[in-house]
Design a protein around this ligand. Structure first.
Ligand code: PMT
Length: 409
C-alpha cells in the first residue's frame, strides 16, 4: 500500500451508516485518500455534508441513474484503488448479485474492475434469509471480499448476526488487500492446499481427532488466491469463513483426503499439505454408538495411507510439493529434515507444536522453512504473514524447479 491509495467508500441506507464516518477517519489515518458515494437512502441516516467535511471531497449521491451524471462519477470511481461498500444493505447486495444498475452505486459496482470489499449490515433474519445468503455466495464467486457481520444487539432490539464489522477491522482488511494485490507471482498456477484435522470414526458419534483449526491452511489458500493462483482448499473440519474465490472440498477422514489429493494431483502445479492428517484409523468402526460397560474397551488401529509418500510416487518432476512438520519441541527440526528427504518433498515447514502461543489452533505461528539446500527461520507472526513468507519461497522455488526467470518488477 502506498500513502496515495484512494478508497472509494460506498455508503448505503442502514443504521450503521453513522459508523462509515469513523471509517473515513480510519482510512485517512492509514494514509489513504477517501471519496464517498452514497445511495439516496443513506442520506436519510447521515447527511452528505458529514462525509464532505471529513473526506474533503464532494460526495456523489445517485438515486435514479441519469447517464450524463453517472458516466463522470463512474469513471471517477474506477480511478480508485479499492471500492469499499460499508454498510451494504440486503437491498444493495441483491442489486450487486443480480447485476442491477439502477442507482449510481450499483452502476459503479458493475463498471468497477478493481477489488471490492463489502461489510454487510442488516436485521439478523434478513442476513440469514436464503435469498441474502445466495446473493452473498454469488458475490463471493464474483471475487468480492465480504466482511461478515458480527453478532450483537441490533438496532431493531434483536440479538443476532447482522451488525456491521467494526471500522478497525474494515480498515485492516483494506490495508491487507492493497498490500497483497501487488504480488501476482502465482498467476496461472493451480494450487491445492489441505487444512484442518481429519477425524477417524470409532463409532457413529465418536472419533480420533486433533486440535487443528485449519487457520494455517486457510491463510495459505487465501494468500495463494490473492497472488493469482487457482486454489482448491481440501479441508477437514475447518470452521472458518470461506475465502473468496477459493474452491473448497470437505474431506473428513484421512482416506477421503487421500482420494481427493490423488484425484487432483495430475492437474496441480503446487500441493501444500498443511492439514493434520491422522496417522491411524480404527480398523472396524462400529455402526451405532458403543454402549457403556464395566469392561475395558480395546480399539484396534491401523496406519492410514501416507498421502505425501503416495504423492511422491505419482508426481511429475515439474510439480512442487510442500509438507508441514508438526513436531514436539525444537529437537523435532532434525526429524522435519528427515521427513523432507523421506517424503521426497521440495519443501517442508516445521512448527513446534509443544508451544501454546503458536501452531495448533492459534492465530500465530513461528516456522522454519526447509528445502534440500536451505533453512530459513520465520519469527512468530500472524498466520497470514507466515503464509505470505511461505508463498514467497514457493513462488521462487517452483520457478527454479522449472528453470523459469523471475517475473519483472
Ligand atoms: O490448523 P491450525 O490450527 O492452523 O494448525 C496448523 C498446524 C499445526 C496443523 C500446521 O501448521 C501443521 O503443522 N500441519 C501438519 C500436521 C501434521 O500432520 O504433521 P506431521 O508431521 O504429522 O506430518 C507431516 C506431513 O505429512 C504433513 O504435511 C501431513 O499433512 C502429511 N501427512 C500426514 C499423515 C498422512 N497420513 N499423510 C500425510 O500426507
Amino acid at each position: 500500500m502506498t500513502s496515495s491509495s484512494t478508497v472509494l467508500l460506498g455508503v448505503t441506507g442502514g443504521i450503521a451508516a453513522y459508523k462509515s464516518a469513523e471509517l473515513v477517519r480510519g482510512f485517512q489515518k492509514a494514509g489513504m485518500d477517501v471519496r464517498v458515494m452514497m445511495t439516496k437512502a443513506a442520506t436519510r441516516f447521515v447527511a452528505p455534508l458529514t462525509f464532505e467535511t471529513l473526506s474533503g471531497h464532494a460526495v456523489h449521491v445517485g438515486d435514479r441513474l441519469r447517464a450524463d451524471f453517472a458516466i463522470t462519477h463512474i469513471e471517477e470511481g474506477n480511478a480508485a484503488d479499492i471500492f469499499v461498500i460499508a454498510p451494504a444493505t440486503a437491498n444493495t447486495l441483491a442489486k450487486m448479485a443480480g447485476g442491477l444498475a439502477d442507482n449510481l452505486l450499483a452502476a459503479t459496482y458493475l463498471a468497477y474492475s478493481g477489488t471490492v470489499v463489502i461489510a454487510p449490515s442488516m436485521n439478523t433474519n434478513m442476513w440469514h434469509h436464503a435469498a441474502t445468503q445466495r446473493n452473498v455466495s454469488t458475490l463471493r464467486d464474483q471475487g468480492v471480499f465480504i466482511l461478515e457481520p458480527g453478532a450483537g444487539e441490533l438496532a431493531c432490539g434483536v440479538y443476532g448476526s447482522g451488525r456491521m464489522a467494526d471500522p478497525d477491522s474494515i480498515v485492516a482488511e483494506v490495508k491487507h488487500r492493497l498490500q497483497v494485490e501487488r504480488k501476482t507471482d502465482l498467476r496461472g498456477l493451480r494450487v491445492a492446499i489441505t487444512a484442518g484435522g481429519t477425524r477417524e470414526p470409532i463409532d457413529a458419534v465418536r472419533f480420533i481427532g486433533n486440535r487443528s483449526s485449519g487457520k494455517m491452511g486457510a491463510a495459505l489458500a487465501r494468500g495463494a488466491f490473492d497472488r493469482g493462483a487457482r486454489v482448491e482448499l481440501i479441508k477437514a473440519y475447518v470452521d472458518l469463513p470461506a475465502a473468496p474465490g477459493v474452491r473448497e472440498v470437505e474431506t473428513p477422514t484421512a482416506a477421503a483426503m487421500y482420494r481427493e489429493v490423488i484425484g487432483l494431483l495430475p492437474d496441480l502445479d503446487v500441493l501444500i499439505m498443511a492439514a493434520a492428517v491422522a496417522d491411524y484409523s480404527v480398523v472396524m468402526p462400529t455402526g451405532g454408538k458403543i454402549g457403556k460397560s464395566l469392561e475395558d474397551l480395546s480399539v484396534s488401529l491401523c496406519p492410514t495411507t501416507d498421502i505425501l509418500c503416495e504423492v511422491a510416487l505419482k508426481k511429475r518432476p515439474d510439480q512442487f510439493i510442500v509438507g508441514f512438520a508438526a513436531e514436539y519441541g525444537m529437537e523435532g527440526l532434525a526429524r522435519a529434515r528427515e521427513k523432507l528427504a523421506r517424503k521426497h518433498l521440495d519443501m517442508i515447514v516445521f512448527n513446534d507444536i509443544s508451544r501454546q502461543d503458536i501452531g495448533f489452533n492459534s492465530d500465530y505461528n513461528e516456522v522454519f522453512i526447509l528445502t534440500p539446500s536451505s533453512e530459513v527461520k520465520v519469527e512468530r507472526a500472524q498466520k497470514e504473514t507466515i503464509a505470505e513468507v511461505v508463498l514467497d519461497h514457493i513462488a521462487r522455488g517452483i520457478r527454479t524447479l522449472r528453470g523459469e526467470p523471475a517475473p519483472a518488477g
